[in-house]
Design a protein around this ligand. Structure first.
Ligand code: HEM
Ligand code: HEM
Length: 199
């Protein structure tokens, strides 16, 4: 147990953790997730408007960024589960319940979305390629049209759900900063920390 505590403390010190804000690794993984989700969404809702060859390149990019996003989300979850890297809520009551609920929902939807993305690509009878560097083969071959359609629809709905929920989550964070003037945004977004002294 002592070894475990020492390891947790060492990893916290290594990333400059002040125990007040989210540590640098958690912050980097959070913003990498946010940027990748936006890229994924923009690619998917616009690729139909381009010529076929461009559409296919955009879909290949979506799949490669999808592999990256999956890695980032899994790393974020592992990092968060390591004792000492989670920041308890600084809000209370129903706001705490709602914010925790939204965070867990986002994690769950991101994991489901990754599984559906991989599942759909494999259902098309293709491996999931990462920028042509390597490809992850599926545990099954091409599936029938109806199943592919169902998986595709779920992936599309979950994609919209993530974007809408994350947008509301971002609005809530901005309201904490500009409306309530508390530390919620600053804990996750270092440039916003200058207002801490005033809070
Ligand atoms: C697709 C985009 C986004 C996703 C998927 C996402 C996801 C998450 C998740 C899962 C957490 C929980 C962290 C944890 O405690 O384990 C979190 C925290 C947080 N997010 Fe986001 N986020 C996104 C975009 C944004 C944006 C744009 C903002 C700011 C404008 C923001 C501000 C925050 C803040 C301030 C926290 C910490 C909340 C607290 O201290 O309790 N997020 N985010
Ligand atoms: C939150 C992140 C993601 C969002 C918002 C998202 C969104 C979407 C949407 C809306 C579509 C349907 C577009 C259309 O057919 O018109 C789509 C298709 C697809 N997505 Fe994602 N996606 C995400 C993550 C992933 C991940 C992690 C993978 C895993 C590799 C992936 C793989 C695919 C594949 C293979 C397609 C079908 C492309 C085709 O029709 O050939 N996506 N995505």
């Amino acid at each position: 147990m002592a070894d475990r505590d020492a390891f947790d403390t060492a990893t916290r010190i290594a990333v400059g953790d002040s125990a007040r804000n989210y540590d640098d690794v958690a912050v980097a993984l959070h913003w990498a997730t946010a940027v990748l989700v936006v890229i994924q969404f923009l690619l998917a809702i616009t690729w139909d408007y381009f010529p076929k060859a461009t559409t296919e390149r955009m879909q290949a990019l979506h799949i490669s960024f999808g592999v990256l996003l999956t890695g980032v989300v899994l790393a974020r979850i592992v990092w968060r589960l390591m004792p000492g890297h989670y920041r308890g809520a600084i809000v209370s009551g129903w706001v705490k319940l709602a914010s925790k609920g939204v965070h867990y929902l986002l994690y769950a939807l991101l994991v489901v979305q990754a599984a559906l993305g991989f599942g759909f690509r494999w259902a098309q009878g293709h491996a999931v390629s990462f920028f042509g560097l390597f490809a992850i083969p599926g545990p099954y071959g091409a599936l029938d049209r109806a199943t592919r359609h169902t998986v595709h629809s779920f992936h599309e709905y979950v994609g919209w759900a993530i974007v809408i929920i994350a947008f509301c989550h971002a609005l809530a964070a901005l309201y904490h900063h500009y409306g309530l003037h508390d530390r919620v945004l600053g804990r996750m977004f270092p440039p916003a920390r200058r207002s801490e002294r005033a809070a």
